[in-house]
Write a protein that binds this ligand. Structure first.
Ligand code: B12
Ligand code: SF4
Ligand code: SF4
Length: 375
């Protein structure tokens, strides 16, 4: 068997949904797009591939020996299940993060790098790495096409794939880039709850809930209601996408993507990082899980929510105090209002104090008055 055929059969054995080969030459049009996103502020301050587009869009700048990109795609929907119906006190995790779905993809790519190594070639795995824009490689390798949601879609899977590459010095016959497009469909654009898809193929990360859930600091107040019961990630523009609907229907509604938010707020750092360590969290800090839980709880309510949120009004972390105040303002009720009034008299941080006063106004109006379970 030649190398290409050996790699194809190893990829199929490893469970990859699709595989393709692309030249490792640079992607000047993607570099331009990334630079435009940064100039417009659309990267929302994220670093990743945006910190050095000249590097992330040119594999040879990191690997001068690179000839070919072997691109692999992993279908995670079958394992991810679905968030299931909304339930008070619970938060939603986007399907790509219900567990570490990158792990089997990386394992498959490691296996393919091993095949290349045994054949005497250099090979490095790049997956969700700041040295390569994964979607650009996938399109060039014929694995999928750019959708208007900025996702790469593949036949039979729609946008429900994780992507990664093996960069190698082997010369392997190349696949043709995929030239499909979305046609007249624009379903993802109005499906975005915050209007983050500002034009077909252009995402403003400052408005994207997936980006806000993994950003450092506070979640801007204007987006907290739109976060709804999301705990991490957002799938709305993917769920709206017709080509992915069949894959979704086959996954059923198992509810694996729901997290008990009160449990999150009671847990210690070590337990949180053990369970959610595969999320991207700035500085790997568990405080961001608690911040997200406070926002989701403020939106989803739930009988036992108020006492634990009140405890966070006295947390040493000002970000958590601020989000606890906001959540109490949303939840309403006498206990929350009294706790906010007490916090207003002792709070020393001006930013948190402003949140407390704003929440008091909300709480005085009865919170959002849309839940039977608010005490
Ligand atoms: C930064 C990042 C984010 C950011 C910004 C996303 C973005 N759109 O750029 C945030 C945090 C918002 C994010 C969210 C998500 N992400 Co993300 N993310 C990345 C990361 C690290 C880099 C992306 C990047 O470099 N973009 C560069 C810019 C230039 O790309 P772009 O803005 O899309 O520009 C291109 C298109 O717009 C297109 N284009 C331009 N004009 C037009 C016009 C039309 C009409 C069309 C059709 C296209 C088009 O051409 C441009 C390039 O030339 C990659 C991993 C990696 N190393 O590549 C994962 C990655 C893109 N994310 C991934 C996933 C799964 C997600 C989420 C689905 C997770 C979730 N459920 O919450 C969401 C989806 C949100 C969305 N609609 O994109 C997967 C996507 C897989 C796939 N099938 O596409 C990746 C590839 C990770 C992986 N290894 O699998 N992500
Ligand atoms: S992930 Fe959610 S917030 Fe981000 S663009 Fe898609 S629908 Fe909008
Ligand atoms: S929803 Fe429609 S326009 Fe958006 S990515 Fe999917 S096919 Fe393309």
């Amino acid at each position: 068997m030649d190398l290409s055929a050996t790699l194809h059969s190893a990829a199929a054995e490893a469970g990859l949904a699709a595989v393709g080969f692309a030249s490792a030459a640079g992607f000047p049009e993607v570099r331009r797009a990334a630079e435009e996103r940064v100039a417009a502020g659309f990267h929302g301050g994220m670093r990743f591939t945006f910190s050095a587009p000249e590097r992330s869009t040119d594999p040879r700048s990191s690997f001068p020996w690179a000839q070919t990109l072997l691109v692999g795609a992993w279908s995670y929907v079958p394992e991810a299940g679905s968030p299931g119906p909304a339930a008070p006190g619970t938060g939603r995790v986007a399907r790509f993060a219900t567990r570490d779905h990158y792990r089997p993809l990386r394992a498959a790519l490691d296996g393919l790098a091993g095949v290349l190594g045994e054949a005497g070639h250099r090979a490095e795995v790049l997956c969700d790495d700041s040295r390569l824009v994964d979607r650009a490689a996938a399109v060039r390798a014929g694995v999928g096409w750019w959708g208007k949601s900025t996702m790469v879609l593949a036949p039979g899977h729609g946008p429900w794939l994780l992507l990664g590459s093996v960069v190698t010095d082997a010369f392997i016959p190349l696949d043709r880039p995929m030239v499909r497009h979305c046609g007249p469909c624009v379903a993802c654009l109005p499906a975005c709850p915050t209007g983050a898809l500002v034009a077909p193929g252009v995402l403003d990360a400052r408005r994207c809930l997936a980006a806000l859930a993994q950003a450092p600091g506070a979640i801007p107040r204007e987006f907290r209601r739109a976060m709804g019961d999301r705990f991490y990630g957002c799938d709305d523009c993917l769920e709206a996408c017709p080509p992915g609907r069949r894959a979704l229907a086959a996954a059923g509604k198992r509810g694996d993507g729901r997290v008990d938010l009160i449990e999150v707020l009671k847990a210690g750092d070590a337990a949180l990082l053990e369970r959610f360590g595969h999320f991207y969290l700035p500085g790997r800090e568990a405080r961001y899980l608690r911040r997200n839980a406070l926002v989701a709880l403020g939106n989803s309510g739930g009988g036992g929510a108020v006492p634990i949120v009140i405890r966070y009004l006295a947390d040493p972390d000002p970000v958590l105090r601020a989000h606890a105040a906001w959540a109490l303002g949303e939840l309403g009720g006498t206990a929350g209002r009294d706790a906010l009034a007490a916090a207003a008299s002792r709070e020393a941080d001006p930013g948190v104090l402003e949140e407390v006063y704003s929440a008091l106004t909300g709480a005085a109006a009865g919170g959002r008055q849309r839940r039977g379970s608010v005490p």
